[in-house]
Design a protein around this ligand. Sequence first.
Ligand code: SAM
Length: 221
Amino acid sequence: MQKRELKITEDGSHTLFVPEIDECYHSTKGAVQESLHIFIEAGLMQCSKPEVNILEIGFGTGLNAFLTLLKSHELNQTINYIGIELYPIPVEKALQLNYPEFLNEDSSFFNKIHISPWNEAVQIMENFTLTKLNADFTKLDLEGQFDVIYFDAFSPEKQSEMWSDKMFKKLYLCAFENAVMTTYCSKGVVRRGMESVGFSVEKLPGPPGKREILRARKVSL
Ligand SMILES: C[S@@+](CC[C@H](N)C(=O)[O-])C[C@H]1O[C@@H](n2cnc3c(N)ncnc32)[C@H](O)[C@@H]1O
């Protein structure tokens, strides 16, 4: 999965296309629009704690991390963000992504997200600490406890191993009570997998071009 091509999605923001698996990192209807809807609004904004531990499966372009940084600044939340990524994109490619410009934001924080070293905690902004872990999620022993999980792997058709009950169990065990996990995939098999390990799962309306998304919650018994 080394070759990735820059593409413009329908809202004007970039995504990356992977020819090898014929799949994009985001919805072609709008990358920023999709990420804001699924991960920020349905995920992050469900958590009102002053300090939030976030786990992202599939760090990729860093778009979700950047949107989280911007939102947390607005909400005055402290964020500890861990992004897991098996195939980091080259920094030169990441810096071509038009997210800061598209969002009318200064590029310095987005650049810092990408330039920062892997596998160590780096303070990107006063209230935002990022750890980019270069690791295979399917083989990783996860540590920590998370309030919000962004599950943003490639589709189950392309990477079924990422969507197995075993992976969802791993996430369930490192989620705090009331933690939420959101994903763009609303397939019945995914919902049932999440439910089988203990999550309570609801379907929510999706962003343009996507009828439904899933939000899982770890509720007390
Ligand atoms: C749908 S893309 C989304 C990326 C990212 N959230 C974004 O907004 O750009 C899925 C990501 O999962 C990564 N990935 C694939 N297999 C993985 C694995 N076994 N462990 C960790 N990350 C993986 C891919 O390289 C890719 O960056």
